[in-house]
Design a protein around this ligand. Structure first.
Ligand SMILES: Nc1ncnc2c1ncn2[C@@H]1O[C@H](COP(=O)(O)OP(=O)(O)O)[C@@H](O)[C@H]1O
Ligand SMILES: [Mg+2]
Length: 341
């Protein structure tokens, strides 16, 4: 696959990344040969139904796949000229949180209930910047809280997670994630637990961080409205693979994979009022990741599928500049949108 990014520089270069879970019931290929570039200063959306491997992709990038059942089996993840997968765990620790950071869906999972915000921020700063004296760490913590638009940051340092609203907690997580500040910020469904207004505010914050700090943001979501309004590019994930990748406007006007088209059909309109709209999965369900079919993984649900699709996995093809799709019939996908009820 020619995944060489055109235009802007590449911040993170993922090649053939494969992460599997082993159990008595077999081997689950949660991430199965993902090749993807994250460009400098972009907001890249990763979209797909639940169970498609989005979270495992993020955890793989952080090298936080829960072992021993889960394991990164193959591939490379280059940040600059370093392949993160080749680093010793002790060296990886120097990257995690400093050059690459993650915000999770539920801020309560990331925050420790028994420590104050200031304590937790101080601890991260101590790990990420060991040479900074304690006094200056405090100052940095205040500035980080300010950078995520938390009012009266000095007072908030004393607060405990349960004393903050959901939106404020997620801002604290963002502030902690910015301790580096990182070059890459992975945000895995960061707004799913928030109400719609708070969601919109948090997404605006992410856009501002991208613009002000030039940080590359990978925004994982199952909400196409969120992608339309916030992302520069989008990668669609299905059964552990990226099946389509394109600039954001392009994916809505000219999808080149039937799965993408079916996701679009499930969203009534992409105007502002659909923020918060959920992906309604197309008929049927994704394949069992421990018993994957040999051909296209979407074939069983695809209105365009023929015998060939069931037999052979389609190679990733360049549809247009920056637009790639893994489908044998990308030219016929438009007809699916026209046939929308
Ligand atoms: N702890 C685990 N043990 C075994 N399999 C897992 C585990 N976590 C995830 N998986 C498998 O990986 C697949 C992808 O999961 P995930 O990345 O969480 O999907 P998404 O974030 O897109 O909803 C799941 O369908 C599941 O089969
Ligand atoms: Mg997930």
């Amino acid at each position: 696959m020619s995944a060489v990014a055109s235009g802007s520089a590449v911040a993170l270069r993922i090649r053939d990344l494969t992460t599997v879970f082993r159990s008595r019931h077999g081997v689950v290929r949660a991430v199965d040969g993902v090749t993807l570039d994250v460009r400098k200063g972009e907001m890249l959306g990763i979209v797909g139904e639940s169970g498609s491997g989005k979270s495992m992709l993020c955890l793989s990038i952080m090298r936080l796949v829960p072992g021993p059942a889960g394991r990164i089996e193959a591939g490379s993840i280059e940040l600059g000229d370093v392949d993160l997968l080749q680093l010793k765990e002790s060296d990886m620790r120097a990257y995690r949180g400093r050059r690459i950071a993650v915000i999770l869906q539920d801020p309560l999972m990331s925050l420790n209930p028994v420590y104050s915000v200031g304590n937790q921020m101080g601890e991260t700063l101590r790990i990420v910047h060991p040479s900074i004296p304690r006094k200056e760490r405090l100052l940095r913590a205040v500035n980080l809280l300010r950078s995520v638009r938390i009012p009266e940051p000095e007072d908030r340092l004393k607060a405990f997670p349960h004393q903050l609203s959901g939106g404020m907690r997620q801002r604290v997580c963002a502030a902690i994630a910015l301790s580096g500040p990182p070059e890459i910020l992975l945000a895995d469904e960061p707004t799913t637990a928030l109400d719609v207004t708070t969601q919109a505010e948090f997404l605006r914050l992410l856009r501002e961080l991208r613009d002000d700090l030039g940080v590359s943001i990978v925004l994982v979501t199952h909400d196409l409205g969120i992608v339309a309004q916030n992302c520069d590019r989008v990668a669609v994930m299905y059964a552990g693979r990226i099946i389509e990748e394109a600039p954001v406007q392009r994916i809505y006007t000219s999808p080149a994979h039937p799965y993408t088209a079916s996701l679009l059909r499930s969203v009534p309109s992409l105007e502002a009022d659909t923020l918060g709209s959920r992906l309604v999965p197309v008929d049927g369900s994704p394949p069992d990741l421990s018993q994957l079919p040999g051909g296209c993984r979407f074939a069983a649900r695809c209105p365009l599928a023929d015998a060939h699709c069931h037999e052979e996995y389609p190679p990733v093809a360049e549809i247009d500049r920056d637009h790639r799709s893994a489908c044998w019939k990308p030219g016929e996908v438009g007809s699916l949108l026209e046939a929308a009820p």
